[in-house]
Design a protein around this ligand. Structure first.
Ligand code: UD1
Length: 423
């Protein structure tokens, strides 16, 4: 078992390079199927979820190999259209392969991705959109048997701006005949990155970043060489680490435009943040203040993925901050672990109230999910004494090497292998 040992209260100082975006590269890896060609993804982060996507691609007959500066995927050899139940369960966002496989093969056999640590993860909007594009989907018994001899472009309207549904439908629409419009589309920067990737492969997609995306389907796609955008949630994590521990950091590659709601709240809390095309500098030299209510919302609102790390950064602030989680039902599972470290947090339904406390204490804590795990590290940086962070496989799903990056900034954090049963 791997664990992280963190000794808190060292001031951070230094520079880290922000990894490529997990949430961008996962749909892009699915999109490589549409090309039937070789694609190079520069800056592709080495993550557990990326490995899971690679295994899905390999299971379909495709090749993938790591190079020093990225990942090369060749989908010319695609010979199947089925993804095993085991691989579907390994990564909750595997549903994104549905649109791509269907567009390329005219059929797809997948199992339901099922629920996850954050609560139920329905894919009803994905399926409804694919049906509107002409797919026949039998979703009984936890399996998705999909057929589409002919996908046809149409006007799709999402009842909520789901990131995954928007991406899935963009991919399927690339393989449909005619024009598809997706109204009430998600506007996340990762959707823009997917559009840029698809267009670099010869697709005709426009409107990403706005609420209406238009896809002129039926283009013949080819391979390309593409640099993945920087990970805004990893950047938010490092900003919160500096806010928590105090100090100064330069996040090379981070784009403040993608993080405006996070940096606004950190400034309100007392951090000094400046940015330019090269990255973001965050300086935090004094005790933070509580901030106005933090309400998670679809982009450009405050990202649900940054809720836990911001909460962790504010545990020792002066005053109380209200959090309202509006995207996922079960996204406060890190709270009980933070309380073990001395945090004062009251949860009621979708609301959590964090009352700043003078001191946090190192403790043995367990990661409950990816961002909740990162939040435990952020809190541990501000705690007296040593924290032992267990079940860090969650963290490895989305951070290339969290301990390397935090150590580069001067944190006292090491990964240890132990025989200890984690329960
Ligand atoms: C993506 C991100 C995840 C982030 C989330 C919200 C990836 C790989 N993951 O997840 O890190 O936390 O966006 O920003 O990019 N919903 C439905 N029906 C559907 C689809 C979604 O009801 O068919 C609901 C979900 O249960 C959730 C909400 O819509 O409550 C938002 O989900 P969605 O935007 O789809 O998130 P993901 O794409 O799964």
């Amino acid at each position: 078992m791997s664990q992280l040992l963190v000794r808190g209260r060292s001031r951070l100082d230094g520079e880290v390079m922000v990894q490529g975006a997990k949430n961008s590269v996962l749909p892009i890896l699915a999109a490589t199927l549409l090309t039937g060609d070789q694609v190079k993804l520069r800056g592709c982060p080495r993550l557990r979820d990326v490995d899971a996507s690679i295994r899905i691609l390999q299971g379909l007959g495709c090749n993938a190999s790591w190079e020093a500066d990225g990942l090369v995927v060749d989908t010319a050899g695609l010979r199947g259209c089925a993804v095993s139940d085991m691989l579907m369960r390994e990564m909750r966002s595997s549903a994104i392969f549905l649109g791509a496989i269907l567009a390329r093969c005219g059929r797809a056999e997948l199992s339901y991705p099922g629920g996850c640590e954050l609560g139920p993860r329905p894919i009803d909007l994905h399926l409804a959109g694919l049906r509107d594009l002409g797919a026949e989907i039998d979703d009984t018994g936890g399996h998705l048997h999909c057929r589409a001899s002919h996908l046809r472009g149409t006007n799709l309207v999402l009842s909520l701006p789901s990131v995954g549904a928007t991406e899935n439908l963009m991919l399927a629409a690339c393989g449909a005949e005619g024009v598809t419009s997706i109204a009430n589309a998600a506007r996340e920067p990762e959707i823009v990155d997917l559009q840029n990737f698809l267009n670099a492969c010869g697709a005709k997609v426009s409107g990403a970043g706005t609420s209406t995306i238009t896809v002129e389907g039926g283009q013949r796609l080819h391979g390309c060489d593409y640099a993945v955008m920087p990970d805004r949630i990893a950047a938010a994590t490092y900003l919160c680490a500096v806010a928590s521990a105090g100090g100064r950091a330069f996040l090379r590659g981070a784009r403040e435009a993608h993080l405006a709601t996070v940096t606004a709240l950190l400034r309100e809390a007392g951090c000094v943040i400046t940015s330019d095309a090269a990255g973001i500098v965050c300086v935090c030299e004094k005790r933070l203040k509580a901030v106005r209510p933090v309400r998670t919302a679809p982009y450009p609102g405050f990202p649900t993925d940054a809720q836990a790390v911001l909460m962790a950064a504010l545990l020792r602030s002066r005053g109380a901050t209200v959090f309202e989680e509006n995207i996922f039902e079960n996204r406060y599972r890190h709270v009980d672990e933070l309380i073990r470290m001395g945090a004062d947090i009251q949860v009621s339904g979708r609301v959590a109230v964090v009352s700043g406390t003078d001191t946090l204490y190192g403790a043995a804590v367990r990661c409950t999910d990816l961002r909740g795990g990162a939040a435990l590290c952020v809190a541990a940086l501000a705690a007296e004494g040593e924290s032992r962070i267990m079940r860090i496989g969650h963290i490895d799903r989305g951070y290339e090497n969290l301990e390397r990056d935090l150590s580069t900034l001067g944190a006292d954090i090491v990964r240890v292998e132990t025989e200890q049963i984690e329960g």
